[in-house]
Design a protein around this ligand. Structure first.
Ligand SMILES: NCc1[nH]cc(CCC(=O)O)c1CC(=O)O
Ligand SMILES: [Mg+2]
Length: 353
């Protein structure tokens, strides 16, 4: 039998059953389309669902008051001053989005070779964390740990003689994580891809008595062209010299992703992430199947921009493409997804009831 699952197909001379044969009907015992015949039937057999609990909403921050600045390459996304970020936190609460992720646009005058603003306990991210947690203590706040929003060269780490220094960078990242956690951040998310940073950050947090602060490791983060609009949003696109291929992963690899994830789990990560999202769904699936950890995917800025741009041009039904792309992460095994579509998708989900 050519068929592996289900009933064998037996071809007969005449139509089965006692009723009159339908002219030209194929004699099929199995007709998969029966389960798709109506919306209620499709709902009954649906294997995966997207809910608002699956969404983490990334916000871009800028200095100032009552300010909203559009990000040109991400239609519908804005940089927000802290008071406006608090308003969006309220919106997230109402939409039952469990968690926000914060990314700062740092004033150029505050950027330097060492990214020293990253460890300023009163930097923009820390201000936003305090303001959001003060008004809405029940929403989760995630902070990215990496130096790129703060360095004049746009890299995630310290540089010497054109090389990104691993261990020296890790020491700074620990201090960055600590100022964020002290400000009230719930989840520390190292996105820098330095070796050993998860262990060092866990140790730093534990020593400071911050035992409940979680770590979501950007464990398998690829050197990707899809981060372009994000670098535009945080203002590192113009400054970035060279590329990030000596620390972010080669997009040709998946075994290496498993080794990276395994290390981060051993070092104390509570949750792991694969990034970008849609071009790496195979990696999400392998990671989930191999480690059975809370596994997240980041639908990155370039993925958002593609759908938003095509939709803006009338080439795609933007809402349907958005929902289909988000559901794809669930199908691949992700427990949740960081997405700039989060508020829009949540509104749609709530409207569906
Ligand atoms: N290390 C910083 C960081 N954290 C999240 C993203 C990208 C997110 C996105 O594209 O939406 C990046 C950019 C990069 O590594 O260059
Ligand atoms: Mg690693």
């Amino acid at each position: 039998m050519a068929i592996k699952y289900g009933r064998p197909i037996e071809l007969r001379e005449v139509a089965r059953g006692t009723g009159a044969p339908v002219p030209h009907a194929l004699d099929l015992t199995v007709r998969p389309r029966r389960n798709r015949k109506a919306e209620w039937a499709r709902r009954m057999v649906r294997e995966n669902v997207l809910t608002t609990d699956d969404l983490i909403w990334p916000l871009f921050l800028i200095d100032g008051n009552n300010k909203r600045e559009p990000v040109a390459s991400m239609p519908g996304v804005e940089r927000l001053s802290v008071d406006q970020a608090v308003r969006e936190a309220e919106r997230a609460m109402k939409l039952t989005i469990p968690c926000l992720a914060l990314f700062p646009y740092t004033e150029p005058s505050l950027r330097d070779e060492e990214g020293s603003e990253a460890t300023n306990p009163d930097n923009l991210v820390c201000q936003a964390v305090r303001a959001i947690k003060k008004e809405f203590p029940d929403i989760g706040v995630l902070c990215d740990v990496a130096l790129d929003p703060f360095t004049s060269h746009g890299h995630d780490g310290l540089i010497s003689d054109g090389k990104i220094l691993n261990d020296e960078t890790v020491a700074v990242l620990v201090r960055q994580a600590l100022v964020q956690a002290e400000a009230g951040c719930d989840i520390i998310a190292p996105s820098d891809m330095m070796d050993g940073r998860v262990a060092a950050i866990r140790e730093g947090l534990d020593r400071s008595g911050l035992l409940d602060v979680q770590i979501m490791a950007y464990a398998a983060k690829y050197a990707s062209a899809f981060y372009g609009p994000f670098r535009d949003a945080i203002g590192s696109a113009k400054t970035l010299t060279g590329d990030k291929r000596t620390y972010q992963m080669d997009s040709a690899n998946t075994d290496e992703a498993l080794r990276e994830v395994e290390l981060d789990i051993a070092e104390g990560a509570d949750m792991v992430m694969v990034k970008p999202g849609m071009p790496y769904l195979d990696v999400v699936r392998r990671v989930k199947d191999t480690f059975a950890m809370p596994t997240f995917a980041y639908q990155v800025s370039g993925e958002y921009a593609m759908i938003a741009a095509a939709s803006g041009n009338g080439w795609l039904d933007g809402d349907r493409a958005m929902m289909e792309s988000l559901l794809a992460f669930k199908r691949a095994g992700a427990d949740g997804v960081l997405s700039y579509f989060a508020p829009k998708a949540a509104e749609k989900l709530r409207a569906q009831g």
